[in-house]
Design a protein around this ligand. Sequence first.
Ligand code: GLY
Ligand code: MN
Length: 510
Amino acid sequence: MDDKPVEDRGDTRSRRPASKAFRELMGRDWGPTESETPAQPLPSAGYAAQRRLELGRQFAGERLVFPAGQLVPRSNDTDYPFRPHSAFAHLTGLGTDHEPESVLVMEPVEETAAALGSGAPTHEAVLYMRPAATRDTPEFYADARYGEFWVGPRPSLNDVATQTGLRTEHLDQLRDALSKDAGQVQLRVVRQADPVVTEMVSQIRAEAGLPEPQPDGLDSLGPDDRLLEAASEARLIKDAHEVAELRTAVAATIEGFERVVRALPEAIDHPRGERVIESAFEAGARVAGNGLGYETIAAAGPHATTLHWTKNTGSLRRGDLLLLDAGVEADSLYTADITRTLPISGTYTEVQRRVWEAVVDAADAAFAAAVPGNLFRDVHDAAMRVIAERLEEWGLLPVTAAEALREDGQQHRRWMVHGTSHHLGLDVHDCAQARAELYLDGRLEPGMVFTIEPGIYFKPEDLTVPPEYRGIGCRCEDDVLITASGSENLSVALPRRADAIEAWMARLQA
Ligand code: GLY
Ligand code: MN
C-alpha cells in the first residue's frame, strides 16, 4: 500500500538510492567541469547599466525590486521553458532563460542627493540568484529542476557578475536585503513578475506595519504599479544595442519566411498544411535565436480573417491566400513581428491582388506619417484614410469615406478592427504599461520601434460584401525604426508589392 501523500508522489517513478555509501560516493572525485560558454561580459552590460541609471533617477532614495520570475509548471513536474520578465531582462541585459528565481534589487545609495547632483548612480544594483549547487549536495544529482546532473551547467555568482557587471548575492540573502530599514525606505516591486517575491514583499510590509499599496487617487496608480509603468516607459526609446538586436531578429524572421515559401509545396498536399507552415518557421527560429516571439499565425484561406488564428489546424488550397504573421525572438529576447499575405499558388488572383495592394498602399501612407514630431496615432489615421477610400471605391462602404473617417462614423473599421501599430522590443506588444500620453497620444521620437500593420478582413459569412471578396483576409506588417529625419523600414528586405512577392516566391521555389 502506498502511504505517501499524493503531493509527494510525483517523483516516485524510480527509486533514488539514499544510502550513506551512495551519498558519500556521489559527493566526491569530480574534476573541474569545462564550461561550454565561459563567462564573458555581455555586450548588453554597459547599456543595461545606463538603463538602470536613468530609471533610478526617477526613484531616488527608494528600493526597487525587479524579479525574473519563477519556473512555470506545464504539467505535473515539467515546466515551460523559462523566460524572464521583460523589465528584468531590460535592466540586467540577461536573455534566453536567465535566470529563474533571481531578483534584481536597486538599493538606494546613502548619498542620494549628491548622486542626483553629480549624475552618478542613485542606486547600487545587486542580483540575488540561486547559483549552481556544489557537488557535495543532493541538489546536484537529485533536483531535476536545478541540479546540474539534470539540466546541465548552471552559472555561479561569479559567472553572472562577470556577464552583467552586477554585484551578485545568493538568493538566501534576499529577504534580509528587502527588509532592511523596512518602514523607512520606500519599497516598490514589479508585482506581476514573481508571486513568491510579491508575497515576500507583502509580508515585509505587514511586519513593518506598512499598508499594502493602494492607488492614491482615482486616476493614480499605487507605488508598485508606478514602477511597472516606469519600466515599460523606459523601453519606449531603444538604445543602439536594442536596435541591433531587433535587426538580428528581423533578419532571422525574413529567413524564416523564405523557409516557409520553400515548404509550401509540401504544405499544399498535407491535411494539416498550416502546421507544416508553422513548424517550418519555428524550426528556423529555434536554430537562429531563442525561438518564437509569439505564437505563429499561419492562416490559410478564410482563417486569415480570424485576427489571431494560432490553432493552425487547417489545410492549404491552391488559389487561396496564406497570411503568415511570425517573428523570431533573438537570444537577447528582442523579437521581430512581420506579416505577409502570400498567394499559395505563387500568383495572386485579380481580386486578391486588389485587396493586398490596397493594404500595402495603406502601409505606405502610414510610413509617410511615421516621422519624428508626429503623433503615434497619426500613423494609424494615415492607414485608415487609404483603407476607407479603397472600400468606398469598391462600393463596399454604406457611406462616403469622408463620413466613415469621422469620429461618429467609423464604418470602415468593420473590415479592420485592430490598431495599425504597436511598440516592439522585448515584448511583441512592448511598452504596454506606458501612459497613454506617451504611447497612443505620444509624439514619435528617434529610437522608437513599432509595427505598421494595416489589414482588410472580409469574413466568409459577411453578407455586406460581394461573394468574390468573402473569405479574403490580408495584413502587411513591417517593423519601423524612427530616425532623426524620418523612419527606416527594418523589414524592407522582405518583398511587399504583389509583383515582387510573386517573383521572390518563384525564385525560392525554382
Ligand atoms: N503579430 C501579432 C500581433 O501583433 O498581435
Ligand atoms: Mn503585430
